[in-house]
Design a binder for this molecule. Structure first.
Ligand SMILES: [Zn+2]
Length: 314
């Protein structure tokens, strides 16, 4: 049997035909074309899925289930997506709408949860009993997998690791609260702090790397300057790593997973980031003499969305 995996983003919708082992057999994509109502978007998802299925050499008889990763949540009581902020969706009956075109079981998960599931099937956490995946991007997403299953809580609203509050009266978050983990551990946080630091130290290497234009500072700018031991960038980098380590230690203290996988754009900093995070976590762990979660880089990259979505139905 095969599974259809759908990664629904604000710009693009990626579709894949995935086998039992989480390997992608064939891929397709279609633009999301926001803003437009959910009806035509879901019609396009179905069309793209069926076209991709045909190209893979399979038919609907071979399809066990369809899974979709969405930038939001599904209400497990109703099967309705109550909201997807960046799609402008409110109360979208995604499952029944998609089943108008393809009569198969449909499963929906949060995009970070789904990426975590993918890593646990075919990526860095394969074979682990429990894992937590963190996407470090514009925000911070979290995916918790326990006993091979994506865990999003009793009401479908769990695993929002980016919104753990780690600082009282801290930075304002897009969720309306203050001091959320993602305000300190996302690419957005590195850029914000990098710009501040550059304004205070215009002679920093950060200035050379961004051509003197603070709007061009990215997370990579800061990492690159820190790798060259630029003191201003090193300070921003160390502060970032400390914030990330505090969130990771909280996850370890609460869940004690086997693996914590770091993904998303920031994780492209690779070993430079990984080694620093491992060092920063070590002294913060509660049970000093006990083993604790291995911290690793995610493996699957952008395909994780398709693979994990497909695996929701497995
Ligand atoms: Zn928040």
């Amino acid at each position: 049997m095969v599974y259809i995996g759908i990664d629904l983003g604000g710009t693009n919708i990626a579709v894949g035909i995935v086998d039992e082992n989480g390997q992608i057999l064939c891929k397709g994509s279609t633009p999301t074309l926001l803003p437009r109502p959910y009806g035509p978007i879901i019609a396009d998802i179905a069309k793209c899925s069926l076209e991709t299925l045909e190209r893979s050499g399979h038919t609907l008889d071979d399809v066990a289930a369809i899974g979709a990763g969405v930038p939001g949540i599904l209400d497990p009581r109703t099967g309705i997506i109550p909201f997807c902020t960046n799609l402008g969706w409110h109360d979208v009956p995604f499952i029944t709408e998609l089943q108008k075109y393809i009569d198969k079981p449909v499963y929906v998960g949060n995009d970070a949860t789904v990426a975590g599931l993918a890593e646990s099937v075919a990526g860095v956490s394969a074979g682990a009993h429990s894992s937590v995946f963190l996407t470090l991007g514009t925000g911070v997403g979290g995916g918790i997998v326990i006993d091979g299953k994506a865990y999003s809580g009793a009401h479908g609203v769990g695993s929002e690791i980016g919104h753990m509050i780690i600082e009282l009266d801290g930075e304002e978050c897009t969720c309306g609260n203050y001091g959320c983990f993602e305000r300190y551990a996302s690419a957005t946080a590195i850029i914000r702090e990098g710009r501040k630091a550059y304004a205070q130290h215009p002679d920093s290497l950060i200035g050379q790397l961004c051509g003197g234009d603070p709007d061009k500072i990215t997370a990579k700018t800061i990492f690159d300057a820190a790798k060259e031991s630029d003191p201003t960038a090193v300070k921003v980098f160390r502060r970032y790593v400390r914030a990330l380590a505090h969130g990771i230690v909280t996850i370890i203290n609460v869940l004690d997973p086997e693996i914590i996988a770091l993904g998303g754009g920031v994780s492209l900093a690779g070993d430079f980031l990984l080694q620093a995070v491992r060092e920063a976590v070590k002294p913060l762990v509660f049970f000093k003499t006990m083993p604790y979660a291995r911290i690793e880089l995610a493996k699957l990259g952008p395909d994780a969305g398709i693979i994990g979505a497909a695996m929701l139905g497995k």
